[in-house]
Unconditional design. Structure first.
Length: 203
């Protein structure tokens, strides 16, 4: 039986983190396979990346369903039919529904482009984080990877890495520096989690 860890990556945009995860699965660094990409937007470039890698990509928008329960059931059945073990949010701009968090408790992780708990919470995502960090003249920012629970940017922190902020930085420059770190740190954490899940699956 093939008990390779099956990973779902949730995206909303460019998907550069998705790409780093696909690449590290392909070269064997992460002992898992990206079995599904879920996008909150049909325009997300990450869907193109998924297609290029031969990975199924689906658009999932809660507004396409008659109610929240139908939306939850659809996503859960999608995850179950793809036998997903682990979910990585990578630039996913939507809240994950409580029913999904409950079903995959401790198995959903998120990457945040800042040092939590600072610059976290509702509305503090992507570029907004870098703008706030530059505006506050912080000397350092960073990347945080945490378990997803019912509260935005709140679950247990699995890893973080600091990134310097220079006085002349624009939010765009800072975003580029932070992303480089994201592309290394996220695969590292997903490698560790996949190894742990692989052991659980084989025992
Ligand atoms: C990253 O900075 C990530 O930390 C944040 O959104 C951005 C997504 O970038 N949550 P990409 O779509 O992976 O290129």
């Amino acid at each position: 039986m093939n008990d390779r860890v099956r990973l779902a990556v949730f995206i909303s945009g460019s998907g550069s983190n998705l790409q780093s995860i696909i690449d590290r699965c392909a070269d064997g660094t992460i002992p898992a396979e990206v079995a599904l990409v879920v996008s909150s937007s049909p325009e997300a470039y990450g869907l193109v990346r998924a297609e290029q890698a031969g990975i199924e990509g689906v658009v999932y928008r809660r507004k396409d369903f008659p109610d929240g329960q139908a939306a939850d059931e659809h996503l859960l059945s999608l995850l179950e039919s793809h036998r997903i073990d682990l979910i990585a949010l990578a630039g996913y701009l939507k809240m994950v529904a409580p029913a999904v968090i409950t079903r995959y408790r401790g198995k959903i992780v998120n990457i945040h482009p800042g040092l939590l708990p600072k610059y976290g919470g509702k509305g503090m995502y992507g570029h907004f984080v870098h703008e706030a960090v530059v505006k506050a003249k912080e000397k350092e920012t960073g990347v945080t990877i945490h378990v997803v629970d019912e509260i935005y940017d709140h679950g247990a922190i699995l890893a973080c890495e600091k990134v310097p902020v220079f006085p002349e930085d624009t939010p765009d420059e800072l975003a580029r520096r932070v992303l480089k770190v994201e592309h290394v740190l996220y695969p590292r954490v997903l490698k560790e989690l996949s190894e742990k899940i692989a052991k659980e699956k084989s025992s």
